[in-house]
Write a protein that binds this ligand. Structure first.
Ligand code: APR
Length: 416
């Protein structure tokens, strides 16, 4: 729906960028814009508590750590602990350690649970006197193809509000409103269902020494740290499995078998759910003055840990492009979609490769199983293969490096 400025209430506010959604993507966009002295307003439909507690990803890759570093932000926004770059593969109980460090100088990846990153980004943005509005209801986007789009919403007490802006950053995830505001036929969706389910379990149980990926004929399993005393586990299961069918005993028995660790220490399970592994890309990631960032544009299957890191990449590219626009250069904004999609497809390919390899090596039909095991063997024995793997895990592959440009004058922003 297109509405003209003359239809706006007198009270319409004005800003440079309206950011919709306060997940990792939206908060990073807003924080980087504030650091650049660019006005923005963040509208988030949920409460601050809800957003701060949402648990999902757990590793901020090396490239993303260096991105925050290049903005002078890594100490403020990254919690958790440094990651030693060692990943453990366990094949039929046999352990193989693979380094995913590329050996380069500079800060490396961090084991930083998503909720810690979100809490720290929220704190940093608010300390920088950022404008962040929680419980914004009925957000709607208007006049995206014009020079001054409008975003409407209702405050928690039901008051209607309108904000005009130069750009809208759609950071509201896969189920948000931003993408649905794009007229039919403007975007192409590429969707893929991997045909695989994962039972995901969160427990107050000791984390592993290294993030652990296990292959066995009983199916894939994984064990990741989520804090000093908590762990996230994954168990391959039918895509439509019922989480209620997984009693605590069944979960721990399956983990001990598939991880090849009869002594695995259990603990109270705090959350469990089943989800399908799927991948999705919307092209282009822009319509008029709307730019889609993070999950609003793409979903990547969790294998390889790229979902949150791609969102951080998009956010960095977008913030730098808006800053360049302020200096009279719109070329980076014009290139935003193509630049991000190049990395998106690169990471989709890596995630798909790793997903297939680790599931086929377990329970696929014999020919595919042997192919997958040959791939693993190559990863464990070939230096070139392990270097290529490290390049993808760190995110330091040359497929689009947004941090080449050094942030300019950061003065004039509160908190500096
Ligand atoms: N209005 C305002 N806010 C909304 C709306 C809406 N209509 N719909 C959704 N939101 C908010 C959500 O409440 C959420 O806080 O947008 C935010 C979207 O956050 P995420 O779903 O986490 O998406 P993104 O920030 O792109 O996250 C990137 O991190 O761990 C991963 O799975 C996560 O891959 C994702 C990634």
């Amino acid at each position: 729906m297109v509405e003209k400025a003359s239809q706006l209430p007198d009270s319409a506010e004005s800003t440079t960028v309206v950011v919709i959604g306060a997940g990792p993507a939206g908060l990073t966009v807003a924080t980087l814009l504030r650091r650049s002295g660019i006005d923005c307003v963040v509208l988030e439909s949920r409460s601050r508590d809800h957003v701060a507690q949402r648990q999902r990803a757990g590793i901020v890759e090396t490239r993303a750590v260096r991105m925050f570093d290049s903005w002078g932000l890594s100490d403020r926004v990254l919690g958790g602990v440094p990651y030693d770059g060692i990943l453990e593969f366990r094949v039929d109980g046999r352990s193989r350690l693979v380094s995913d460090s590329d050996g380069s100088e500079g800060p490396a990846a961090r084991l930083c649970p998503q909720q810690v990153l979100v809490q720290k980004l929220t704190g940093t943005y608010l300390e920088d006197v950022g404008d962040l509005r929680f419980e914004a209801a009925d957000v709607s986007l208007h006049d995206l193809s014009g020079d001054r789009p409008t975003v409407r919403y209702r405050t928690a007490d039901g008051t209607p509000r309108a904000i005009t802006c130069d750009f809208v950053a759609g950071c509201d995830g896969d189920h948000g409103v931003s993408r649905t505001a794009v007229p039919e036929g403007e975007l192409t969706a590429y969707a893929f269902d991997h045909g695989i389910g994962w039972l995901t379990v969160l427990a107050d149980a000791p984390p592993p020494a290294h993030p652990l990926l296990a292959v066995s004929r009983q199916g894939f399993a994984a064990h990741f740290p989520r804090g000093p005393h908590s762990s996230r586990y994954y168990l391959q299961c039918p895509p439509d499995d019922d989480p209620g069918a997984w009693s605590e005993d069944r979960v721990w028995d399956a983990l001990r078998t598939r991880l090849g660790d009869p002594g695995l220490v259990s603990g109270p399970i705090t959350d469990r759910e089943v989800f399908r592994l799927r991948s999705l890309v919307h092209e282009p990631m822009q319509y008029g003055r709307l730019f889609l960032v993070g999950d609003a544009a793409h979903i990547v299957s969790p294998m390889g840990g790229k979902g949150m890191n791609l969102a951080l990449y998009d956010a960095d590219v977008f913030a730098r492009a808006v800053r360049a626009f302020g200096r009279g250069d719109d070329s980076a904004l014009s290139a935003y979609s193509a630049r991000c999609l190049r990395r998106v497809w690169n990471d989709q390919e890596f995630s798909h490769w790793l997903t297939r390899t680790l599931h086929d090596a377990g329970d696929a039909e014999p020919f595919l199983r042997n192919l997958a095991r040959a791939r693993l063997d190559r990863l464990f024995t070939s230096r070139a293969a392990s270097e290529a793997f490290a390049e993808m895990m760190t995110g330091l592959d040359p497929t689009g490096d947004a941090s080449q440009e050094v942030p300019g004058n950061l003065s004039g922003v509160g908190g500096d």
